[in-house]
Structures are given as structure tokens and as C-alpha cells.
Design a protein around this ligand. Sequence first.
Ligand code: ATP
Length: 241
Amino acid sequence: EAVFETGSTNADLLARLNDLGTLSGPLLRIADQQSAGRGRAGRSWLSAPGAALMFSLAWRFQGPLHRMTGLPMAVGVALAETLAGLGVPVQIKWPNDLLKGGDKLAGILVETCVDKTDGAIWAVIGTGINLLMPDALEQQIGRSVAAAPWLAQMDRNALVAALLSRLAAVLAEFDDTGFAPFAERWNALHAWHGREVVLLDDGQVLQQGRAVGVDAIGRLLLDTAGGRVEVLSGDVSLRLS
Ligand code: ATP
């Protein structure tokens, strides 16, 4: 379902899942503009009408809930590989931001809920990809961000179809296997591989070390002065140090 403007495509689908009762198929919601786009931990995703491709996909999983910690990273792999195939090479900043030329091109937000009828897990996977970046929007965001004007010229349906077909294949595989088979692909796309980084929680430094990739469940591996630590994504943010 495509709409011109909504608050947040993720919020719309989460509300819809509550109302629908038993449903097994995926749901898709695409918007040209979001007035209350969401990022992780209550942050916001900003956009201008028609400047970004924003969609959310609700997908039903059989797998155990603890496995879902790796899902945002698997989604990052699916989208990054599709964009590369469309001529827009990107890298992934852990856990799941897509960077182009070092700046953020796309954000991914995964929110989960449990189906009350049978305990299955629904994940609502939201993504926003900047196609154009008007100066006023970049100023509003307040940091240097990337856009992909080449994709803005592509037929929008073809673009959505390319992204969704690989995403659906990755989600089906992920539900069978978890993140493990994607770890190597993620590491090949790792934006800050071998770089010194700091891990922040609400502005506070939690860890400092060298980012050396992800493990089989999608945790970031950091080589710190005190040895190797594994970090679960949660609400933490990563910065170059
Ligand atoms: P960060 O990107 O700061 O490391 P994060 O990965 O948790 O944090 P998200 O929560 O996914 O980021 O996205 C929200 C953040 O993305 C905002 O705080 C803002 O800095 C940035 N942002 C908002 N709108 C856009 C946009 N259209 N393009 C790129 N970045 C944006």
C-alpha cells in the first residue's frame, strides 16, 4: 500500500498488526513523506516530500525471539547488496546504517512484536533511503548526509521491487538459519573495519577500541585495551574516535 504522507510507516504497520488478528502474509507500506519518521531510541528520521524512498515491511517469523538481535544486520546486508547491484556502492556502519562516501544514505529500524494467538514473532522492518538531499533538509538534520540521485531517476516501482525481492529472500533464509550465514557478507561491507571507535550510550562512552567486524549473532567485536568485547546493538551508537 502506498500513501503520499503519513506519520511513520513503521508506526502504521505496528498499529495494523494489533488490529488484524491472525494474519500470515507480509504487509508493505510505502510513503513519499513522513511527518514523524522514527530512528532508534526515540531519534527521528527526517525527510522532504519525494526526496526519500521510505517503506516498512511487516514479516512473520517462526524463529526464536533471541535470534531477532541479528535481524537489523541481515537487513543491512540485503539492502546494501541490492544498492551495489543498482550502481550505488554502500558500506554498513554497525549495526545497520548504510553509508555512501562515509555519510549516512539510509537508516533501518526494526521493531518486533509477538502474535498473541500463537507466539510467532512479527518484525516491522522500516527503511528510509535518501534519493535527493535538499539543502534545507540537510540543515535540519544537522550533519553531513548522503543521497543517491541516480536512484531518484530510476522507475520507483522497479527500485522497490529490486529491494523487496532480495529482502524477502534474506528474511526467509534468516528465519531458517539466523544471522550466522550473513556474518561474512556483513563483514565484507563493514564501513569502519579496523578503525578506532567509541561506543556511546546517550552520549556516555561505554567502550573504546578497534572495530573488527561482527560475530555469528551480529554482535560488534571490539578489540579494547582490556581484550576483545562483544557488543549487542540495543540503543548504543558508534562513532569514530
Ligand atoms: P547515528 O546515525 O546517530 O549513529 P543511529 O544509527 O541509531 O544513530 P537512527 O536512529 O537509525 O541512527 O537514525 C536517526 C538519526 O539519523 C538521527 O539522529 C539523525 O542524526 C539522522 N538522520 C535523520 N534523518 C536523516 C536522513 N534523512 N538521512 C540521514 N540521516 C538522518
